[in-house]
Design a protein around this ligand. Structure first.
Ligand SMILES: *Cc1c(COP(=O)(O)O)cnc(C)c1O
Length: 427
């Protein structure tokens, strides 16, 4: 399998090259040249997740130097449960928050880390992974690469822009992971990372790689849990589910569309967005208009110009088709609060604010339809929002308790690229 750019005009690349590069050379995003049909073995409901994942991903890595290592990479990366919890005969929750940092981003980050660690084995100079984060991404990438000799991770986060628990997940590592508290915004952090790639010779010398959500190595493994959950949903209910995905930068939901195009038994995919409603508005008007992001309670979805939309538009280039395939609904902060409160009162189930966006869309638009929502994070990560609404503490899962107990290390940085000691950072 080769990967091409959403913007065309670049030499197709194999998996290792596309993943190591992060972005296609012409500024586009890598997408598979075609989406292979799922092998029939992947439809066996009894397959364990990591084995199903390896079978699903095999065609994407065929002819790549990593091909033989793929089953091993999947076993190591996908080593925690990804349960589809049935709430009733025709309704379920896909829980993606049982990894080390309690959000779905652990899955992509751990696959990327195991993959790079495998293909880089024997290289005596480590990669330098730069990550700008508004919260969840940096923690997942730090946790995934912590202790790996093939790479060092440098995380840039806005000094006053992350919660106490997110900060612990960024700064509690040490070793090959360093965290930089930037005196500025998330956009400043992103600018610093982009700048590093433009310093002459630096990118090669430091072996820079980016681990942001446009990296194919994070996206491809995400397709596997949609296949897994849809197969199990179908086995349990006899029907293809509607899949409702809390969406921000459109990475997670793009993986769902790829899974469906490959033949996963999914009836329809629905984007659940917060008050950042650029996608529902695009579906309605047909003309694309990016906007500055608005802050909401579901802050990991506060995106006004979603990067991975380019991949979805590449998948369905013709607008009438795009509109037929894609449904999107927006949810307000008030609705997020009501959904968290009602869900808890009705069944004792505690949702994180992002998952509540999905649940609110399900209740408003798909109440009588066989469906599962995707639970993207554990509520304990967002306790300052959730606890006042349910009137009791949220239990702290073990991986979070462990990182909260560690000592924090961070260094402050000014947001000006020229004030950053780049050489020191990458050594
Ligand atoms: C990142 C994130 C999202 C949004 O996922 P995208 O792939 O950016 O659409 C939703 N929920 C949580 C908890 C996240 O961390």
């Amino acid at each position: 399998m080769r990967f091409i750019s959403t913007r065309g005009n670049c030499t197709p690349a194999g998996a290792s090259i596309a993943i190591r590069a992060g972005m296609a050379p012409n500024g586009g995003l890598f997408v598979p040249e075609h989406l292979p049909r799922l092998p029939s073995e992947t439809m066996d409901p009894s397959l364990p997740f990591a084995q199903r994942a390896a079978l699903i991903l095999r065609p994407f890595f065929e002819e790549d130097p990593s091909a033989d290592s793929l089953p091993e990479i999947c076993l190591r990366a996908l080593s925690f449960p990804v349960p589809l919890r049935m709430r009733s005969k025709a309704q379920a929750v896909l829980e993606l928050f049982h990894g080390p940092t309690l959000a779905f981003k652990d899955i992509g980050a751990r696959f990327l880390a195991e993959f790079l660690d495998t293909v880089e084995r024997g290289n005596d100079r480590p990669l330098t992974i730069l990550v700008a984060t508004s919260g969840d991404t940096g923690g997942a990438v730090a946790a995934a690469f912590f202790g790996k000799s093939s790479a060092r991770v440098r995380v840039f986060f806005p000094k006053d822009g992350v919660s106490a628990r997110q900060r612990a997940q960024l700064t509690g590592w040490g070793g090959n992971v360093e965290a930089y508290a930037v005196r500025g915004s998330f956009d400043d952090c992103q600018r610093l990372v982009k700048h590093a790639f433009t310093i002459p010779g630096f990118s090669q010398d430091a072996r820079l790689t980016s681990a942001n959500s446009i990296n194919l190595g994070r996206l491809l493994p995400q397709a596997t849990y949609y296949v897994d959950a849809a197969v199990r949903f179908k086995a349990a209910t006899g029907t293809d589910p509607v899949v409702i995905v809390p969406t921000g930068n459109v990475g997670n939901v793009t993986a769902a569309f790829w899974a469906r195009e490959m033949g996963a038994p999914i009836a329809r995919i629905v984007l659940a967005v917060n008050a950042n409603r650029v996608i529902p508005d695009f579906l309605e008007s047909g003309s694309w208009e990016a906007r500055p992001s608005i802050m909401t309670l579901a802050n990991a979805m506060d995106v006004g110009n979603p990067s991975n939309l380019e991949r979805l538009r590449h998948l369905y280039p013709d607008f009438p088709r795009f509109k037929r395939e894609i449904a999107a609904h927006s949810v307000s902060d008030q609705e997020i609060r009501e959904t968290i409160r009602t869900c808890f009162e009705e069944s004792g189930e505690v949702l994180c604010p992002h998952t509540a966006v999905g649940e609110c869309v399900r209740r408003s638009h798909y109440a009588g339809t066989p469906a599962f929502i995707v639970a993207t994070a554990h509520p304990a990560k967002f306790e300052t929002i959730v606890e006042p609404l349910i009137g009791r503490p949220v239990e702290i899962p073990e991986p979070l308790a462990q990182i909260l107990a560690r000592e924090c290390h961070e260094q402050e940085l000014d947001p000006s690229p020229n004030a950053v000691p780049w050489a020191k950072i990458a050594s």
